[in-house]
Write a protein that binds this ligand. Structure first.
Ligand code: NAD
Length: 495
C-alpha cells in the first residue's frame, strides 16, 4: 500500500491533498490489485473547487479573454492530448480494464472535440431582431452559464469528460469535474494538460471521490449553474432531483437497452459482425451496448448459429494486449451484478447458448471476467430484456413483422440507440423514424462523432452532447433593448 502513488486533486491551479487527509484505492480490474491511491474528496474540497471556479469565471484572465483566444487554448489542449494519447490510454486501461485498442482509439479521437468546439468558440453569435416596436433596437447575446459541474462514469472516462468540457469551456464557463471513483487516475493526468495549455488557474478543477461525498455537494452547490452528468439512470434521476432544487441547467446522458434489429433482407455476415461488436466490444460496458438482438424469424436459426460461431472466437485476456477482444468487468460490484442478471435470465426461462459464467481461462488471470454470454428464448418482458446489464450479455428475441420489431424495440423505459440491418431503403427510413432512440444506425453500429448530436430519449437522458448545437447547452440568451428614439414613453404603460 505504501508503494502506491498518492494522487492529488486539482483546485485553483494547485495540486492539493484532500481535506479529509484520506485516500482510497483504485483497483486494476485485470489483476484485481490496487494500483493507485485516490484522494477522498468531501464537501470542503467541493466548496474550495467551486469557489475557485467561480472566481475564475469572473476573473479577468478568463472572463476578458477573447473568444478567439479561448478557442486557441482548446486547440493547444487538443495538441497536448494527442501527444499524450498513448500514455493516457494506458492509464485508462489499467484503471478501468477496457481494451487498450478501444481506449487508444478514444484518446486519439478526443482532441477532435476540443478542436471542433475550440473552432466554435468565436462563432457564438447573437441576433438582431427586427422588433415590432418603433424607436427600439433589440438584439441578443449568448452568454456562458457560470460554474459547470461535470460528473462522469468509469466506462469511457476521458471521452465523456471531453463531451462536457469542450463545449463548456468553448462557451466561456468554468468547470468542477468529479470523475468516477473507479477511473480517477486518467482524469488527474488529464488535469495536468490544462495547466500546460495555459488555462488560467481555477478554470478547470478536479475533485475525486464518491458520489455521496463529492457528487451530491457539488450538484447541490448554490454557485453551480449547470450540471452535466453521465451515468446510470437511477443515479441520473437522483442527480436531476438535486439539481431541480437549485433550478440548475441540466444535461443527463444515461443508460440504455438498445435493440440491434436484423431483417431477413440484411447482409447476414455484416449484421452478425454488427451485433457482436454492439455487445461484446467494450465487454458490453457501454451505454450504447446493443444488448437486445431482434432477429427476423425467417433467419433466426441461421443468424443465431453464425452469431454463436463468431462470438465463440472472441479472445479474452489482458486488456493492455492489442489483440484482446473481450476484457474484464471494471468493478467487483459490476461483475457481481452481471452474474446476477445471468442467474435471473436462467431463472426466467431464457436459454443460455454461450457463456453464462465467470471466465476460468488462464489468460484471464485473477481479473473479473465473464464469458461472452448469449441467451435465446428471451421474451421481451423478461428482466434480461428490460434492464441494463452493462456486461457481455446478449438477448436474442425473434420478431415477425416491422410492427413487431418497433413494438419490442420501443418497449423499454430506455431510448438511447438502435441498430437496423436491412438492404431496403424504405425500411431503413421507416424504422429510423419509428424507433424511439436518440441515435439510429443503419447497417452499422457504435459510430459516434464530435459532429453528430448524441443523447437519449425517455430514461436515457435529457439534452444532447456533441454536434454544433451542444454548445447551446452551456449558454443562456440575453435580450437587450435600446431606445433609439429618445422620446420618453408613457411611464404608466408597458412599452
Ligand atoms: P453511476 O451512475 O454509478 O456513476 C456515474 C457518476 O455519478 C460517478 O462519477 C459517480 O461517482 C457519480 N455518482 C454516484 N452517485 C451519485 C450521487 N448520489 N450524486 C452525485 N453523483 C453520484 O454510473 P457508472 O456505473 O459509473 O457508469 C455506468 C452507467 O453510465 C451505465 O448506466 C451507462 O449506461 C451510463 N453511461 C451513459 C452514457 C451516455 O452517454 N448516455 C455513456 C456512458 C455511460
Amino acid at each position: 500500500m505504501s508503494e502506491l502513488k498518492k494522487h492529488r486533486m486539482l483546485i485553483a491551479g494547485q495540486w492539493v491533498e484532500p481535506a479529509s487527509a484520506t485516500w482510497f484505492e483504485s483497483v486494476n480490474p485485470y489483476t484485481a490489485a490496487p494500483w493507485a491511491l485516490i484522494p477522498r474528496g468531501n464537501r470542503e474540497d467541493v466548496d474550495s473547487a467551486v469557489a475557485a471556479a467561480k472566481s475564475a469565471f469572473y476573473g479577468d484572465a478568463w472572463h476578458k479573454l477573447t473568444a478567439t483566444a479561448r478557442g486557441a487554448l482548446l486547440f493547444k489542449l487538443a495538441d497536448l492530448i494527442a501527444a499524450d494519447a498513448a500514455k493516457l490510454s494506458e492509464i485508462e486501461t489499467t484503471d478501468n480494464g477496457k481494451l487498450i485498442a478501444e481506449m487508444r482509439g478514444q484518446l486519439n479521437y478526443i482532441p477532435q472535440w476540443f478542436r471542433y468546439f475550440g473552432g466554435l468558440a468565436d462563432k457564438i453569435e447573437g441576433r438582431v431582431i427586427p422588433i415590432d416596436k418603433p424607436g427600439v433596437f433589440n438584439f441578443t447575446r449568448e452568454e456562458p452559464l457560470g460554474v459547470v459541474a461535470a460528473v462522469t462514469p468509469w466506462n469511457s472516462p476521458l471521452l465523456l469528460a471531453a463531451w462536457k468540457l469542450a463545449p463548456a469551456l468553448a462557451a466561456g464557463n468554468t468547470v468542477v469535474w468529479k470523475p468516477s471513483e473507479f477511473s480517477s487516475v486518467s482524469a488527474l493526468a488529464f488535469g495536468e494538460l490544462f495547466e500546460r495549455a495555459g488555462f488560467p488557474p481555477g478554470v478547470v478543477n478536479i475533485v475525486t471521490g464518491f458520489g455521496g461525498e463529492v457528487g451530491e455537494p457539488l450538484i447541490s452547490h448554490r454557485d453551480v449553474a449547470k450540471v452535466a452528468f453521465t451515468g446510470g439512470d437511477k443515479t441520473g434521476e437522483h442527480v436531476y432531483q438535486l439539481a431541480a432544487r437549485g433550478l440548475k441547467h441540466v444535461t443527463l446522458e444515461l443508460g440504455g437497452k438498445s435493440a440491434n434489429i436484423v431483417f431477413d433482407d440484411a447482409e447476414i455476415d455484416q449484421a452478425v459482425k454488427g451485433v457482436v461488436s454492439g455487445i461484446f466490444a467494450a465487454t458490453g460496458q457501454t451505454c450504447i451496448a446493443g444488448s437486445r438482438a431482434l432477429i427476423h424469424r425467417p433467419i433466426l436459426d441461421r443468424f443465431t448459429d453464425e452469431l454463436l460461431a463468431l462470438a465463440k472466437t472472441a479472445k479474452m485476456g489482458d486488456p493492455l494486449d492489442m489483440g484482446t477482444q473481450v476484457g474484464p468487468i471494471t468493478t467487483r460490484p459490476q461483475y457481481d451484478k452481471v452474474l446476477d442478471y445471468i442467474r435471473i435470465a436462467k431463472a426466467e426461462g431464457a436459454v443460455c447458448r454461450l457463456g453464462g459464467a465467470p471466465a476460468q481461462r488462464p489468460e484471464c488471470g485473477s481479473g473479473w471476467f465473464v464469458e461472452p454470454t448469449i441467451f435465446t428464448g428471451v421474451k421481451p418482458e423478461m428482466r434480461i430484456a428490460q434492464e441494463e446489464v452493462f456486461g457481455p450479455v446478449l438477448s436474442i428475441i425473434p420478431f415477425d413483422t416491422e410492427d413487431d420489431a418497433v413494438g419490442i424495440a420501443n418497449g423499454t423505459v430506455y431510448g438511447l440507440a438502435a441498430g437496423v440491418w436491412t438492404k431496403s431503403i424504405r425500411r431503413a427510413l421507416s424504422m429510423s423514424e419509428r424507433l424511439e432512440a436518440g441515435t439510429v444506425w443503419v447497417n452499422t453500429y457504435r459510430a459516434v462523432s464530435y459532429m453528430s448530436p448524441f443523447g437519449g430519449y425517455k430514461r436515457s437522458g435529457i439534452g444532447r452532447e456533441s454536434g454544433i448545437d451542444a454548445i447551446r447547452e452551456y449558454l443562456q440568451t440575453k435580450s437587450v433593448w435600446i431606445d433609439i428614439a429618445g422620446n420618453a414613453p408613457n411611464p404608466f404603460v408597458m412599452r
